[in-house]
Design a protein around this ligand. Structure first.
Ligand SMILES: *[C@@H]1O[C@H](CO)[C@@H](O)[C@H](O)[C@H]1NC(C)=O
Ligand SMILES: *[C@@H]1O[C@H](CO)[C@@H](O)[C@H](O)[C@H]1NC(C)=O
Ligand SMILES: *[C@@H]1O[C@H](CO)[C@@H](O)[C@H](O)[C@H]1NC(C)=O
Ligand SMILES: *[C@@H]1O[C@H](CO)[C@@H](O)[C@H](O)[C@H]1NC(C)=O
Ligand SMILES: *[C@@H]1O[C@H](CO)[C@@H](O)[C@H](O)[C@H]1NC(C)=O
Ligand SMILES: *[C@@H]1O[C@H](CO)[C@@H](O)[C@H](O)[C@H]1NC(C)=O
Ligand SMILES: *[C@@H]1O[C@H](CO)[C@@H](O)[C@H](O)[C@H]1NC(C)=O
Length: 493
């Protein structure tokens, strides 16, 4: 649950209990059940949500213990966010694999399942043939559409002061890459943030996910083949004996069952989607902690070596967004605007983090064992609905810091401190130092990724956006379903 929603439940829960149990004592200080202002537990840090990588429900990043609110004496004056779409149904390829493994189970003609799979006597598959693939889920506690809306509603409380509700004829552009589920998330977020004014105020810009956009893109990629030897290796090697153990265990509990390690992987992946869609999954408990940790690590390796800091062009691809962000932050809110809400895929966020140098492990991830503690936990980086939020802070002087402009990077609601720059209040980094540090390390996207002068050379749509309201609503999509590629210049791709 999002922090605001969790607080709301806590507040409502406590209030209703107090009313129910102290009916004759209005105004007393007694609170039942006895609750501590600060929980002393911290006993069990285990949650499967931290071992399903980017496949399952959102969870906040494990915090470093820095308050999410601006440091004393500081106010946020500009926000740049890059958010992934919300929880969703599986894509067609994984869905086909789930079906293969399920067919293997049901093909045994078992009349009564026993052991860990006993629940299969009642369970039904949750993906209807050919429907909903790729789209966000809409029911249950982990519904993707809810994620977009509630996130927008929370940010409306946090950053609503950056939107002047009294201004007439205001246009605030939002930016979504041209993919159905991403555009849907952007719209839900906008409805949550701007409420009844969403349609009047927002101008949704849809940026095509096409190479002809060059650097003017939320989803840039290199033109030439990816140089990803480690990434290619991952698919071929069998790194995880845990999956074999799980297969043997389940096969031993049910006669004729002949699952192998690929089936285990498929079924674990399926259970993440069952959480997204159904909100509850019996499958999660079929597998042990060790097996979930192994599954999570397969996801971490893939992000790290195929799209993150372990991919030779990872930082280069991420430099497009990083460089443009530096420009915005240095121009500031008066010149360029205050709210920049951007929406894309998981694999577009991991390169940006690499370019900013956050969440990058000091050593390459090992492929012969699972490191603990895990230095690159993708569930903490790009769960469904994962997001990077950059805050520009204007701060008064404190005893140890100068007045001025500072920056904080917040990943899934955890403020991420820079080890190399903490010269501002609350572990923020001065904008000048941040700019110097990041810009010096940015590789050149255009030359490194094989583009020539005929392609757009840098990200430009934050400044030259379209003010049309045509794409704010679903009914106005020229391509109503599927991947729906549109251009922000208004022509179909
Ligand atoms: C900074 O100081 C001024 C003058 O005391 C005060 O009005 C303002 O509220 C302070 N800003 C913040 C964010 O606390
Ligand atoms: C299960 O039943 C189907 C249909 O009766 C049959 O074709 C198949 O061979 C059976 N499978 C096994 C493993 O007995
Ligand atoms: C707002 O837009 C309307 C219609 O286009 C126009 O008549 C009006 O002058 C505008 N108001 C301001 C303050 O720009
Ligand atoms: C916001 O919505 C309210 C209610 O519909 C409307 O009165 C107001 O003019 C809107 N503001 C803007 C800036 O469009
Ligand atoms: C598991 O079985 C499937 C066929 O059901 C096969 O395609 C796959 O390669 C097998 N995986 C392993 C690791 O043997
Ligand atoms: C960085 O962005 C600025 C403007 O946003 C642009 O002029 C410049 O060419 C970009 N640099 C690179 C290396 O992309
Ligand atoms: C903005 O989008 C509209 C509607 O799709 C299109 O007709 C128009 O040409 C676009 N304007 C610009 C400046 O690109």
């Amino acid at each position: 649950m999002s922090p605001l929603a969790a607080n709301l439940v806590a507040v409502l829960g406590a209030a209703s209990l107090a009313v129910a149990q102290t009916p004759n004592a209005p105004g007393t200080q007694n609170r039942y059940p006895f609750t501590k202002q600060y929980d002393q537990g911290f006993l069990d840090g285990y949650s499967v949500l931290k071992h399903i990588g980017g496949q399952g429900p959102y969870s906040n990043r494990v915090s470093y213990g820095i308050s999410r609110d601006p440091p004393d004496g500081c106010a946020v004056d500009q926000v740049i966010m890059l958010k992934r779409h919300g929880e969703r149904w599986p894509d067609p390829n994984p869905a086909a694999k789930f079906q293969v493994s399920l067919n293997k189970i049901y093909g045994t003609n078992q009349t009564a399942f026993t052991g860990a799979l006993e629940f299969l006597n009642r369970w039904k598959y949750f993906v209807p043939e050919g429907r909903y693939v790729r789209l966000e889920s809409y029911n249950g506690p982990y519904a993707g559409l809810l994620d977009g809306y509630i996130h927008g509603a929370e940010y409306g409380v946090r950053y609503g002061h950056l939107w002047d509700q009294t201004a007439a004829n205001l246009t605030i552009p939002m930016f979504s890459s041209g993919y159905e589920r991403i555009l849907t998330t952007a719209r839900k977020f906008g409805e949550g943030f701007f409420g009844w004014n969403y349609t009047d105020v927002v101008a949704m810009n849809v940026i095509p996910e096409e190479v002809y956009m060059g650097a003017n893109s939320l989803t840039p990629t290199c033109l030439h083949d990816k140089d990803t030897p480690m990434c290619d290796l991952l698919g071929k090697s069998n790194l995880h004996p845990q999956f074999k153990v799980a297969a043997a265990r389940l096969n031993g509990q049910n006669e004729k069952l002949a699952l192998n390690s690929s089936d285990i992987y498929n079924l674990m992946q399926m259970s993440a989607y069952e959480l997204n869609v159904r909100g509850y999954s019996d499958w999660v408990n079929v597998f042990t902690l060790d097996e979930w940790v192994a599954f999570g690590y397969t996801q971490d390796l893939s992000y790290y070596y195929c799209n993150g800091p372990g991919y030779v062009n990872g930082r280069t691809v991420g430099s497009v967004f990083a460089n443009a962000s530096l420009t915005l932050l240095n121009q500031g809110p008066e010149k360029s605007g205050k709210l920049f809400f951007n929406f894309c895929h998981d694999t577009n966020i991991t390169p940006v983090l690499a370019a900013f140098g956050i969440a990058s492990p000091p050593e390459p991830l090992p492929i012969d064992h699972i490191p603990f503690p895990n230095p690159y936990s993708s569930s903490d980086i790009v769960p469904m609905g994962g997001h990077l939020t950059m805050e520009r802070l204007t701060c008064n002087a404190t005893a140890i810091t100068k007045p001025g402009t500072y920056v904080r990077l917040i990943l899934n609601e955890a403020v991420v401190p820079y080890t190399g720059c903490q010269d501002g209040p609350g572990y923020s980094c001065s904008l000048a130092r941040f700019t110097e540090m990041v810009s010096h390390s940015l590789p050149d996207f255009i030359s490194t990724c094989g583009f020539d002068h005929t392609y757009p050379q840098y990200l430009d749509f934050w400044w030259n956006y379209n003010t049309t309201r045509d794409y704010n609503r679903e009914t106005q999509d020229p391509i109503p379903a599927g991947e729906g590629l549109l251009t922000y210049k208004g022509t179909a791709a």
